[in-house]
Design a protein around this ligand. Structure first.
Ligand code: 9UX
Length: 72
């Protein structure tokens, strides 16, 4: 089954950042959905249970030029 995880993304300042972060997250193997909100800095990730390591998400977000702020 799939699960949704919420993470905080820091450093987004315009709408194009949102698109960049969404595309970045969707390239992570196992991630099937990504919805990012600019105002809240919140990203909802859809992924198969147990297939996505938060460390990989953090590294990928960082490489794209943003910061992972929290995981919940
Ligand atoms: Mo907007 Mo974001 O001009 O990385 S794309 S600041």
């Amino acid at each position: 089954p799939e699960t949704t995880s919420a993470v905080g993304i820091g450093g987004m300042t315009c709408a194009s950042c949102v698109a960049r972060v969404e595309r970045t997250l969707l390239r992570i193997p196992g991630v099937t959905g990504a919805v990012v909100n600019l105002a809240s800095g919140r990203a909802e990730l859809r992924h198969a249970d147990g297939t996505v390591a938060m460390a990989e998400i953090e590294e990928t977000v960082r490489q794209a030029g943003f910061e992972l702020q929290s995981v919940g």
